[in-house]
Design a protein around this ligand. Structure first.
Ligand SMILES: [Zn+2]
Length: 95
């Protein structure tokens, strides 16, 4: 599998996990007795899911040198049509 393919797979997996996380939070929020502390927690818990998604993208490894490509994985996945190379080993993310 190429690094680009790995980025694509991690992108879709993280979206599924985030959707599942939001469903769990919604079901939990609707089915436990309401109180002020719960209402204060729901926002940070949703934000925690978003941070986890970003971290999962950030930690995408290069398939050639196995070092993480960091913020590039977040950007290249969203605007990834152009040829790109790993910043550590220089191997194309399409190889
Ligand atoms: Zn590399």
């Amino acid at each position: 599998m190429t690094t680009r393919g790995l980025m694509r797979r991690r992108f879709f997996r993280s979206l599924l996990a985030f959707a599942a996380w939001m469903i769990v939070l919604g079901v939990w929020h609707e089915n436990v007795p309401r109180n002020h502390a719960l209402d204060l927690m729901i926002g940070p818990l949703a934000a925690l899911g978003f941070v986890a998604v970003e971290a999962y993208w950030w930690l995408t490894p290069c398939t050639a040198c196995h070092r993480t490509i960091g913020w590039r994985a977040c950007i290249w996945r969203l605007w990834g049509g152009r040829p790109r190379a790993c910043p550590h080993c220089g191997v194309s993310i399409d190889k």
